[in-house]
Design a protein around this ligand. Structure first.
Ligand SMILES: Cc1cc2nc3c(=O)[nH]c(=O)nc-3n(C[C@H](O)[C@H](O)[C@H](O)COP(=O)(O)O)c2cc1C
Length: 140
């Protein structure tokens, strides 16, 4: 089974709060563990950026569920490719609080000092997630 990685960005719909994030993470962890899908979700007040990795079939199944979720909109795939190894293998879905997203990080990976994943290349968005993972080794 091919190992693949998908990175997408989306816009948070109004009415979103911390309990919504908790619901998303909890159902993501339940479904992703069953499908051996791993990854990372990061967000601020406006946008989500998520990376999913796993078999081609399972990553696509999870992505299709996510596409139908009304809690976000303007979902755009930034990158999809076959990969030789996972980078988030310990996390059925790690999540990064917005406080970890800092201006120097935005500047490193995009042309502006505000977090806007729509302005990042797929590669930059993925590298940002990797940097965040490495900066926060204790979250799960
Ligand atoms: C930004 C975002 C990321 C999500 N990530 C995942 C995910 O990685 N895996 C997953 O199964 N569901 C994810 N979901 C939730 C799905 O869209 C869907 O609500 C959920 O899988 C339904 O499962 P449930 O009925 O068991 O809660 C995500 C939703 C949003 C808005």
């Amino acid at each position: 089974m091919f190992l693949t990685r998908l990175v997408y960005a989306s816009t948070i719909e109004q009415g979103f709060d911390l309990s919504t994030v908790e619901e998303i993470i909890s159902s993501a962890r339940k479904h992703n563990s069953a499908l051996d899908v791993t990854g990372m979700l990061c967000f601020d007040r406006h946008y989500f950026l998520q990376c999913l990795e796993g078999s081609r079939t399972n990553v696509n199944a999870v992505y299709q569920r996510i596409l139908n979720d009304k809690r976000h909109s303007s979902i755009i795939m930034l990158d999809y490719r076959e990969v030789s190894a996972r980078d988030f293998s310990h996390w059925s879905m790690g999540y990064i609080p917005s406080s970890s997203l800092t201006a120097p990080l935005y500047l490193r990976y995009s042309g502006a000092s505000e977090f806007n994943p729509y302005h990042m290349s797929g590669e930059s968005a993925y590298q940002l997630l990797l940097d965040l993972k490495n900066a926060l080794p204790t979250i799960s």
